[in-house]
Design a protein around this ligand. Structure first.
Ligand code: FAD
Ligand code: NAI
Length: 471
């Protein structure tokens, strides 16, 4: 290879973490190269994650609503048919529009985009196996690793993305399976389980723990979510572990047993979705060549400024610590570039919202009640049901509640937990409240437009320090 041209910053991975870092760095006047092997930008989130799943969630909800929730609204519909191929096409249109949009932003900001697989040749040099064939070496004064994550495999269930699938297969099934067992009742299991259940599949979720929703979800909210999803037709087997599967017959046979041992049974399924979490993806990077460390879960080890032990190499997004969320990756991208350019940056890990885009949505920020209780802090809870909110009533969409946890002594908001219509939008208000160190009284004395769902947020806050008016 010829001598490499040196850039101010070379980024490995063009996912949310990588592409946001690239644009931010270019805006800060750095010469930037971003290397992505997928062939399109946007990573997991835009190609096989957030975006396609939300397209399917939105349209499957619409279909389900037209089938089951129109008559009482005074809307009589005729023959309703599902065109799965078109449903998938509209999802693909959203994906392509957004991935191409990022490519356009690269051009606009003068980011060099190399399509290929990167691996470290030395501490400053990266060798790229170009997608179009051939090789190229690039060097960076600074390097950001943003290689993301992949689905954690389940030993004994070999993924073919047709019958044994991860979320990627679940976003692209060509026909509606009669039955699906979801291994893992976390966010992916419940979102993708909802999609296929709404389209007609009999979905059973097998979860190892005693509650659904994955890490972070408040237990009271998790129970409420389970109840609504059960009403929508999803079956749950909690505190249950999968022992193994047999794919030799027409139906997949899945052996499960109570997590604490004991009762065994066999579940039949046309499709099994493995959704037991994701793990950092660093394969092929050649980390060993430059001696970078990963922890026991495969996460690249960094300090509070995202630096590895080689200080010019930083790591952001799913392949390092913290929640595997696109907006967390985005915050880190901006902060890491600011550290490079200015020497300081900032991410408030206590104020990163989580959203589960089921119907109703579930959203939270800050600590949940289990965590506050365990911390020993004296706390208060204010809550307000959507069944008492005027807008939810006009919309005939009254499931759920807002729950706000405050410090009993200072009234500072410690956590916000919402299950209900539009929870994913409403949580922004909770996040801002936590970021600004708001008290429940700050929220309760702020005017909220009427009639809006956000009044439920205000009244939950009022019920922390005083009383709600409408409940
Ligand atoms: P990634 O998006 O995984 O990007 C890493 C990129 O690096 C990939 O494109 C990969 O091809 C590339 N790469 C890896 N190694 C190399 C190499 N050696 N050379 C070149 N390129 C390389 N998060 C949310 O916040 N909201 C959601 O609604 C949401 N929904 C999701 C739904 C699903 C089904 C899934 C699977 C995830 C979802 N997530 C969601 C999580 C979100 O997708 C991730 O947190 C986010 O994509 C992380 O961004 P990243 O840039 O760190 O990694
Ligand atoms: P998850 O961590 O949310 O949930 C995995 C679930 O599987 C947990 O409840 C866990 O107890 C269970 N589990 C683990 N091993 C099991 C086993 N052997 N048998 C049965 N259950 C088992 O992980 P998930 O759903 O795979 O999603 C991965 C990540 O992707 C999430 O952590 C999230 O960060 C991200 N994501 C975010 C979304 C969003 O923000 N809306 C949507 C989808 C994914």
């Amino acid at each position: 290879a010829t001598e490499a041209e040196e850039k101010d910053l070379v980024i490995i991975g063009g996912g949310v973490a990588g592409y946001v870092a690239a644009i931010k760095a270019a805006q800060e006047g750095l010469k930037v190269t971003c290397i992505e092997k997928r062939g399109t930008l946007g990573g997991t989130c835009l190609n096989v994650g957030c975006i396609p799943s939300k397209a399917l969630l939105n349209n499957s909800h619409l279909y389900h609503q037209i089938l089951h929730d129109t008559k009482n609204r005074g809307i009589e519909v005729g023959d309703v048919k599902l065109n799965l191929a078109q449903l998938m096409k509209s999802k693909d249109t959203a994906v392509t529009g957004l991935t191409k949009g990022v490519e356009f932003l690269f051009k606009k900001n003068n980011v060099e985009y190399i399509k290929g697989e990167a691996s470290f040749a030395s501490e400053h040099e990266i060798q790229v196996n170009l997608n179009e064939g051939g090789e190229r070496t690039v060097a960076g004064k600074n390097i950001i690793i943003a290689t993301g994550s992949e689905a954690t495999p389940f030993p004994g269930l070999e993924v073919d993305e047709k019958r044994i699938i991860t979320s990627t297969g679940a976003l692209a099934l060509e026909k509606i399976p009669e039955s699906m067992v979801v291994v893992g009742g976390g966010i992916i299991g419940l979102e993708m389980g909802s999609v296929w259940s709404r389209l007609g599949t009999k979905v059973t979720v097998v979860e190892f723990l005693g509650q659904i929703g994955g890490p972070g979800m408040d237990t009271e909210v998790s129970k409420a979510a389970q109840k609504v999803l059960k009403k929508q037709g999803i079956d749950f087997k909690l505190s249950t572990k999968v022992l193994g599967g047999d794919t030799s017959g027409d139906k997949i046979k899945l052996d499960v047993e109570a997590a604490k041992g004991g009762k065994k049974e066999t579940l039949d399924a046309d499709v099994v979705l493995v959704a037991i979490g994701r793990r950092p993806y660093t394969a092929g990077l050649g980390l060993e060549k430059i001696g970078l460390d990963t922890d026991e879960r495969g996460r690249l080890v960094i300090d509070s400024e995202y630096r590895t032990k080689l200080p010019h190499i930083r790591v952001i997004g799913d392949c390092t610590f913290g929640p595997m969320l696109a907006h967390k990756a985005e915050e880190e991208a901006v902060a890491a570039v600011e550290y490079i350019k200015k020497g300081y940056g900032h991410v408030n890990y206590g104020a990163i919202p989580s959203v589960m885009y089921t119907h109703p949505e579930v959203a939270w920020v800050g600590q949940n009640e289990q965590e506050v209780k365990a911390s020993g802090v004296k706390y208060k809870i204010g809550s307000f049901p959507f069944s008492a909110n005027s807008r939810a009533k006009t919309n005939l969409d009254t499931e759920g509640f807002v729950k706000i946890i405050t410090d009993a002594e200072t009234d500072r908001i410690l956590g916000v937990h919402i299950i209900g219509p539009g929870a994913g939008e409403m949580i922004a208000e909770g996040t801002l409240a936590i970021e600004y160190g708001a008290s429940s009284e700050d929220i309760g004395r702020t005017s909220h437009a009427h009639p809006t769902l956000s009044e439920a947020f205000k009244e939950a806050a009022m019920s922390c320090y005083s009383s709600a008016i409408h409940f």
